[in-house]
Ligand binder design. Structure first.
Ligand code: E4P
Length: 214
């Protein structure tokens, strides 16, 4: 499973890139707004640090607005991916962009049929939101399993990005379900390599080491 970072924070991205764990980055308008910097400047800096796909989202709601923004964003860097919302207009824009060879990520997916439609429209990636589904009492991981089966049944090349990831369990379950990618918040990722017994083990080894004769 590929690891994307779900952040636009350069310090978080650089930290995890040093470990060789970053295959791409996803952003959304809320994530960009948190950094207090111009959109284009930020995306271009991220695209220099991360060689893999970097998703940048349009905010227009009509097809014309989406396409205008998409062409502008696509000109910022070679590895940028256009993120579009799962709406009728989003699907039309996705279809147009896919026919022109521009990579897309259809976001805000909450049902398997939404994912199926985005894949049929030509999306390179789809982003089902597991955390937000869990928040309303549904089971986000069921959606990932269903999408995985659906896309596999019909040999779609569209990749599933497990989004709205909130916990280590989400990451584990995404990998067990065979998701292509999990996009992980920059603040959550360090908790993936930590365990209290690892820390306790190191502490005990260092205590015992003083008894080793020189
Ligand atoms: C990424 O593509 C999504 O925009 C993001 O994972 C949403 O996460 P949230 O539900 O925690 O805001």
């Amino acid at each position: 499973m590929k690891f994307f970072l779900d952040t636009a924070n350069l310090a978080q991205i650089e930290r995890i890139v040093r470990l060789g764990l970053v295959d791409g980055v996803t952003t959304n308008p809320s994530i960009i707004a948190k950094e207090g910097r111009p959109f284009k400047e930020l995306i271009q800096e991220i695209c220099k640090i991360v060689k893999g796909p970097v998703s940048a989202e349009v905010v227009g709601l009509t097809v014309d607005e989406m396409l205008k923004e998409a062409y502008e964003i696509a000109s910022w860097a070679e590895n940028v991916v256009i993120k579009l919302p799962m709406t009728e207009n989003g699907l039309e824009a996705t279809h147009r962009l896919s026919q022109e060879g521009i990579k897309t990520n259809v976001t805000l997916i909450f049902t398997a049929v939404q994912g199926l439609m985005a894949a049929k429209a030509g999306a390179t990636y789809i982003s089902p939101f597991v955390g937000r589904l869990d928040d309303i009492g549904a089971n986000g991981m069921d959606l990932i399993r269903n999408l995985k089966s659906m896309l596999h049944n019909y040999n779609f090349s569209t990749e599933i990005i497990v989004a709205s990831v909130r916990s280590i369990q989400h990451v584990e379950q995404a990998a067990i379900a065979g998701a292509d990618i999990a996009t992980i918040p920059g603040a959550l990722l360090p908790s993936l390599w930590k365990h209290p017994l690892t820390d306790k083990g190191i502490e005990q080894f260092l205590i015992d080491w003083v008894n080793v004769p020189a």
